[in-house]
Design a protein around this ligand. Sequence first.
Ligand code: SF4
Length: 745
Amino acid sequence: MALTRRQFIQVGAATAGGAAVASGLPTRWWGLDGDPVPDPGTEGEKVVPTYCELCFWGCGMLAHVQGDRVTKVTGNPAHPLSRGMLCPRGAGATGLLDDPDRLQRPMIRRAKRGEDVFEEVSWDAALSEVAEKLQQVKARHGAEALALFTHGSGGTWFKALMKAWGSPNIGAPSYAQCRGPREAAFQLTFGAPLGSPEPIDIANARCITLIGSHLGENMHNTQVQELAEAIGRGADLVVVDPRFSVAASKARYWLPVKPGTDIALLLAWLHVIIGEERHDAAWVAAHATGFDELKAHVADKTPAWAAEITGVPAQQIADSARLIASARPASLIHPGRHVVWYGDDTQRERAMAILAAVLGSWGHRGGYLKQDRFPLAGYPHGGAPPPTRPKVDRPKGGKYPLAGEVLASGLCDATRPGQTLYELQAWLVYGCNLIQAMPGRPQLLESIQKLELLVAVDVLPSEICGFADVVLPECTFLERDDDAWNGPWRRPFIAARQAAVPPRHDTKPGWWIAKALADKLGVGDHLPWKDANDYLQARLAVKGQSWEELSRTGVLLGKEVPTCVEDGAEIELETSSGKAELYSKELEELDFEPLPVYHPQEEGPPGSFRLLSGRSPLHTFGRTVNNRLLAQPFPENAVWLNADAARALPGFERTPLVEGDKVVLINQDGVRSTPVKVKLTQRIRPDCVYMVHGWGQNAKRLRYAHGRGASDSQLTTRFKVDPIMGGTGMNVNFVRLERAAREQA
Ligand code: SF4
């Protein structure tokens, strides 16, 4: 069934004042105080296919260009992820291009680190400064003392630079601070991590279960389109969330679970489904091991037991379990994405993977599909000699045995003395604001102050730039060619990123910056390409693939292959047993629980609320909070507070809080937020508060975002590390509320 624009808007924009658009926002410019300038129109335009970087989903985008202006952006109909539509953030891409606060020239710090006092310099001076300091670090501590933090396709160039330089320490917060636990859990259960985009068939599911995943607010374009399609077709939704999310408003069951108790709910669902023989016995017999142990494990995990723990009535637990089972195998347990909550996250994700297995949804339409990558060759050259020392991200070796990627938090730890084999002395931070991305800000700042060199490559003067010694301004994705997008998908494809307009100011594309720095460092031979297109054309040429078609349409499609049993695909599992491992011997051998067990979470001090955070459909963390186009419909975050809980707040008896009042949040360690508006609602449990992540920016150069809203990550001074894979569970902080002083409010 074709998706209508109306359906997409219904799902995506319910919290955004109807701001979601399917085809693109017209370019309007709002000055800091001024009126909008009219859309200049698009006549005489050229259209450049590229892919979006307002988040990292990678939707195909068409940039409509007039002269040196991008007048609007629309979804590329040929691109499998956008299917002709952008999400609201992507549609606001020109707000990034036209941002008056963009970094314009390279800068060198001229005051204490963190004071954000810089001198603008030439590229030659900036790169010489970086090269000289890096050579000093190498002479004293070795090449491996440099770490790269990265996110996005532009990371290709800096990873190549790291290889040429001789350091293996390359990490991204998108693993240990985001999706890592689910990758470990699905690897343990099915023999493969999920990766991105997730191999799930939302469009064909008959029942979709979201556990803390607020699709529609978390705006991964393709998934939201498919969710709209599924709902339009009559699929059922089961939503487990302490907050009545947009998705919950479409659900047959909203289960407002007490935060930290999801494992108990999942075990009770398994109890009902297995106890009433509603599981897929044939799938389990053919493809799974450990069913008897699982059955015994959940035998006493009754809905009544879970009701006491979760606060969800036993009848609703049982009924929702029956609904979920009734749709199998097209019953999709969505694995979530940002899943670092309580430190037991791999075990919660294991429970979700086990549930998916007993529903028989792995390998079936409407469940988990087979995806593949387009056969794009690597760049055809020998590369640099390997580093001489191992990665440094797992302090005191042996910790976190099932970490599948480098831990960004481990790199931060390895910068402080005495934590690991050797210490990091220099960071290159590409396109990720570690100040908001990492928990434990005091430790992070301690690591930063310890560095001999911090280089930030960014488009905007984000908070991490304020701590850098040298800031290198990259042009936006609309102004640069880049490496191809080459993620896994049902029909494999690659997409091209192409400059729509020339770089503004004195900014440069990432490929140029990495190459120029490599030349200064004397390792330029290892980055021999002329530019990004030369690099990509060389990769395509290895297998005779067409650069002409890729650059013209923005997409090269691979061969159609079967993706599920219904299409003729086989179920092949790469665990050591060749089966889905419901009971994990691997975990048992490592002295972890082989089946998920519910352990109570620590409660907060009396009068406090558990701090939860999430996404807005109009923003991608702090990356977009300075974008004036996106600020129009969503100008700042607010703290959601249960209206009944607000009435009972001590200290507010004489003058109760009203909607829009400003409060300060104070966490269990005494850290105070900036003033933030309160949203009083019945749409959240009374024991927690919620806010959209990314606001509360300290960076003064972000003139729109600075001082707006509050930062959940500033309040995340505590985190609980997942012992299995090193993820940093962040939903373990508690706050109390104080009315903001009149001058702050
Ligand atoms: Fe861009 Fe939205 Fe797609 Fe992300 S989901 S790549 S912001 S259009």
